[in-house]
Design a protein around this ligand. Structure first.
Ligand code: GLU
Length: 428
């Protein structure tokens, strides 16, 4: 996204190919797993508030459902490409497998910019998306969730459209729903908190005390906000937050050397994670260029925005102080950058492990919907923590045992699980 020359699907396939080779996977399994099983692209005609009709491009890609129904978010983004959605669907398959939940991988989106759409127009896009794929999704086939620039409200419009088409109630069709409408406590926090549970375990392994650790964060959406909250609760200090400014159409890095005040930043942030620049500056925040976050002298970098942020052009600017890269976003690091990170001896905690907390809690939401019985927040977060910690430990153990990177170890576990499911089903 953004950079037209970057192809996220190529990155996802290359990552897969390298590990498939390491694992000695047979040719048919490789062919099956390196491509999505099904792809849907469609037009969504939408009546705009001014009476005109605009046609939006929608998509849903189902990468692999050998382990269970496809699962993954729907994003609204003006630069969304088919290749990005394909890559994201593949990463969802590995994400569900690495935390060992019985779901496959899917992803979808609509090419649009919600900043310029009214709530009513967004509702019509949501309903239009469901009308185009209602036959191909559902609680037992493919279960959407929120993603970049979509929320519980979008999910509920989609659920309502789906239930209207089917004439029955299907609360398990979609996750990330508002709490009062079948959502799970803890789902909003889950991705950010999950990332920090994993970081906490990694720092333990490296004998680094999380209290007093410093971090620089890219992004200030749902994932970043809750990651910062828990990191600070553990005594961590966030010195930089970088995010997109809708008015100026560029990103800025907001720096406060003694640590950002999360509650204050939230009070001056719009619902897309955009920080009010003037108010930040008036309250002691340095306003720096958007890419300054990557150069910050900190212990931990947390990219929590979109793909292709740590690449051949930016990796050289990482400060020598950085010990850990916590990939909160999907696909933030390119292959070239990954090689440099290895040379620099930076401990990379890979995206589809780090940010698996969201889908893990989505799975809990489905379980609760199916039982029609809801857990307390403590119960949800405790189950989430134990899932994340055991997934991290399994990856860290394999990485140590086989002397491979954390990314390769996570891929090895995930690919083996999915390949086994395909074999047991008799597909390969
Ligand atoms: N969109 C989130 C992700 O990329 C969550 C997906 C889900 O809950 O299904 O992991």
């Amino acid at each position: 996204m953004g950079d037209q020359s970057f192809n996220a699907f190529e990155l996802a396939q290359k990552q897969f190919d390298a590990v498939a080779e390491k694992l000695g996977l047979d040719a048919a399994t490789r062919e099956l797993l390196r491509n999505p099983m099904r792809e849907y692209y469609f037009s969504i005609p939408v009546r705009m508030d001014d009476g005109s009709v605009q046609v939006f491009r929608g998509s849903r890609v189902q990468h692999n459902d050998a382990r269970g129904p496809n699962k993954g978010g729907i994003r609204f983004h003006p630069q969304e490409t088919d290749n990005t959605v394909k890559a994201l669907s593949m990463w969802m398959t590995w994400k569900c497998a690495v935390v060992d939940i019985p779901l496959g991988g899917g992803k979808g989106g609509v090419v649009c910019d919600p900043h310029h759409l009214s709530q009513q127009e967004q509702e019509r896009i949501c309903r239009g998306w469901v009308r185009q794929v209602a036959r191909n999704v559902g609680p037992l086939a493919d279960v959407p969730a929120p993603d970049v620039m979509t929320s519980g409200q979008h999910m509920l419009w989609m659920l309502d459209e789906y239930e209207t088409i089917r004439g029955e109630k299907y609360p398990g069709f979609i996750t990330g729903k508002p709490l009062s409408m079948g959502g799970s406590l803890g789902r909003t926090e889950a991705t950010g908190f999950g990332a920090i549970y994993v970081l906490r375990e990694a720092l333990k392994l490296k004998n680094i005390d999380i209290a007093g650790c410093t971090a620089s964060v890219q992004g200030f959406g749902n994932v970043a906000q809750y990651a910062i909250q828990l990191f600070q609760a553990y005594g961590g200090i966030v010195t930089c937050v970088a995010c997109w400014d809708q008015t100026d159409k560029v990103s800025y890095t907001y720096r406060k050397k003694d640590g950002v005040d999360l509650a204050f930043l939230l009070s001056i942030t719009n619902r897309y994670g955009g920080i009010d620049k003037a108010q930040a500056a008036a309250n002691g925040y340095e306003v720096l260029p958007g890419d300054a976050w990557i150069e910050e002298e900190v212990d931990i970098l947390m990219p929590a925005a979109i793909e292709n942020q740590i690449n051949a052009n930016t990796v050289g600017r990482i400060n020598p102080s950085v010990k850990v890269l916590l990939e909160c976003a999907n696909g933030p690091t390119t292959l070239e950058a990954d090689a440099v990170l290895k040379e620099k001896n930076i401990y990379v905690i890979p995206d589809f492990l780090t940010n698996a907390g969201g889908v893990t809690c989505s799975y809990f939401e489905q379980v609760q919907c199916n039982m029609n019985f809801y857990w307390s927040k403590e119960e949800v977060l405790q189950r989430l923590e134990s899932k994340m910690v055991s997934a991290f430990q399994a990856v860290a153990d394999l990485s140590e045992r086989e002397s491979v990177s954390m990314r390769d170890a996570a891929y090895m576990i995930a690919i083996q699980r999915v390949a086994e499911a395909c074999r047991l089903r008799g597909w390969v």
